[in-house]
Ligand binder design. Structure first.
Ligand SMILES: [Zn+2]
Length: 508
């Protein structure tokens, strides 16, 4: 009894000692943002070009105090995008679910009181957790492209309007894919099946939860790179849809993005690339970028080298009177990926207008990658005139997806960006189809067996997730090796024989 009391007292005292303030700090420019990240006495949980959200022990005149005792009773705060004209309505509707801490013309920062908090009608929300945000590494390896590449153009030419239409039709027919509904799970399973049908991708369901409740999972499909499997080029979309009330077929938001990603997988999986490519369909985007945040955090924790992330969210609504163009959304901290995208757009569609826009009224899954120190970009249909039908029962082919020609263009740009960065491996003539190497067991513990159909010498490298070679050997047709010295974790087994095969190995 006494011991329990002392423990409780200690807990109470330590909570008091470390009680920190949840604050907003306006960001003046990039240099200022870097200075804020360098400060020892604040911990940044979220940033964009305009402000950071942080915990701080001591307040100063640059800080706007949002909550004294940060993360004391809540595991998340939310940035809720909502136009100022609609804010009082929204606040009235959600008054039992949240407390408003701050608001400006475009958004509110709120503290949820339960798991029932809903996004405002149109523009989504971002969950901000107690984790520390990371700035992107300043230098990332984006090539500068002077002229078009015949193979990349060939991939782009394979994007089929028929396929895009079929995917959007299929997904809108669910009528809703609310993040934790049965139909969202069905949609996730269907997307996984489409990846599995390609046979060469390794797919997995990555669990997603929101306030401890399970949501439809992320579907992750990996195409292993042949030369640099530990470097990843990622493209993604979200599979859930949302409406404040009633149906949400989510054709534009975001069956179109899923269609772009599936089409990229269909086309690129028929070829070998030096880097690994990851195709994603994220769950629970609409309620705070929950699925992508979990996955991007996982990538950061595993030390994965994500070279770039290309987001696909809403690309089928062309504002009447406008020409097909691309509005690029990314923070200035990841300028390098913005320049890369514009470079490729210039090379492949020199007539098309592509511009960086300062979108302050919504967000998408690229932000999850940016908050975890990677470089993510979001090519958006139009930051001022996007589909007025999203998050309603009219987000359908016809009113809301009115230009599959535009969807095709976005899907082509996604493929150009991903395939150029992943680097076509012209030596691997097997084109992924012939896979003559087997590896078992997997997961493995003490030993690992490899077999190959090739009668010559196969050179093997076991590489850890940060790219270091931890074991090297060679064999002819079959070998069993001792792996007791390998730590638990993910490895790549690269086998170079007649051609190059790379497999993921999990060591337990
Ligand atoms: Zn969306």
């Amino acid at each position: 009894m006494k011991r329990t009391f002392l423990l409780l007292l200690a807990l109470f005292v330590s909570t008091m000692m470390y009680a920190e303030n949840f604050v907003m700090i306006k960001v003046k420019n990039q240099q200022n943002l870097q200075e804020l990240f360098a400060k020892q006495d604040i911990n940044i949980h979220y940033y964009n070009d305009n402000f950071v959200l942080a915990t701080a022990e001591n307040l100063n005149e640059n800080m706007i105090l949002l909550d004294e005792n940060s993360f004391a009773s809540n595991e998340l705060y939310f940035i809720v995008y909502c136009n100022e004209n609609e804010q009082s309505n929204y606040a009235t509707n959600e008054k039992n679910n949240m407390e408003v801490l701050y608001s400006n013309a475009d958004m509110m920062i709120v503290k949820p009181l339960n798991a029932n908090l809903r996004p405002a009608k149109n523009d989504g929300m971002i969950a901000v957790s107690n984790k520390t945000a990371k700035l992107a590494v300043a230098h990332r390896d984006f090539p500068s492209v002077a002229e078009e590449d015949a193979k990349v153009r060939e991939f782009m030419n394979q994007v089929s309007i028929e396929n895009l239409t079929a995917t959007v039709e299929y997904l809108q027919a669910y009528e809703e894919r609310y993040y934790n509904s049965t139909k969202a799970y069905d949609a996730a399973n269907w997307i996984q099946e489409q990846f599995d049908n390609l046979e060469v991708l390794e797919t997995e369901q990555f669990p997603v939860s929101y306030y401890g409740n399970a949501c439809a999972p992320n579907i992750i499909a990996i195409q292993w790179g042949t030369k640099n499997p530990e470097e990843y080029v990622v493209c993604g979309s979200h599979l859930d849809s949302y409406s404040y009330s009633g149906m949400c077929p989510g054709a534009d938001d975001n069956a179109t993005g899923v269609a772009s990603v599936l089409e990229a997988a269909r086309i690129l999986s028929q070829h070998s690339f030096e880097r690994s490519i990851i195709y994603c369909a994220f769950g629970a985007e609409e309620v705070g970028l929950i699925g992508s945040a979990a996955y991007a955090e996982y990538c950061a924790e595993m030390g994965m080298n994500v070279v770039g992330y290309f987001n696909n969210d809403m690309n089928g609504y062309l504002n009447p009177g406008s020409e097909i163009h691309i509005d690029l959304i990314y923070p200035n901290s990841v300028e390098a990926i913005g320049e890369y995208y514009m470079n490729l757009a210039n090379v492949y569609f020199p007539e098309m207008q592509v511009r960086q826009v300062n979108f302050t009224q919504g967000d998408s899954d690229h932000t999850s990658f940016n908050q975890n120190g990677f470089m993510g970009i979001y090519p958006f249909e139009d930051y001022q005139n996007y589909s007025p039908y999203i998050h309603t029962g009219n987000d359908l082919i016809g009113p809301s997806v009115n230009s599959f020609e535009m969807s095709q263009r976005y899907a082509q740009m996604n493929i150009a960006c991903v395939s150029t960065l992943a680097v076509l491996d012209s030596e691997s003539v097997s084109e992924n189809i012939a896979n003559n190497v087997a590896m078992f067991p997997n997961p493995a513990k003490n030993e690992l067996t490899l077999t190959s159909d090739y009668n010559g010498n196969s050179e093997v490298q076991i590489i850890n997730s940060v790219g270091q070679i931890v074991k090297e050997f060679s064999f002819i047709t079959e070998a069993t090796v001792d792996i007791k010295d390998l730590n638990t974790g993910i490895y790549f087994v690269k086998v170079v024989g007649e051609n190059t095969t790379t497999k993921k190995l999990v060591v337990e």
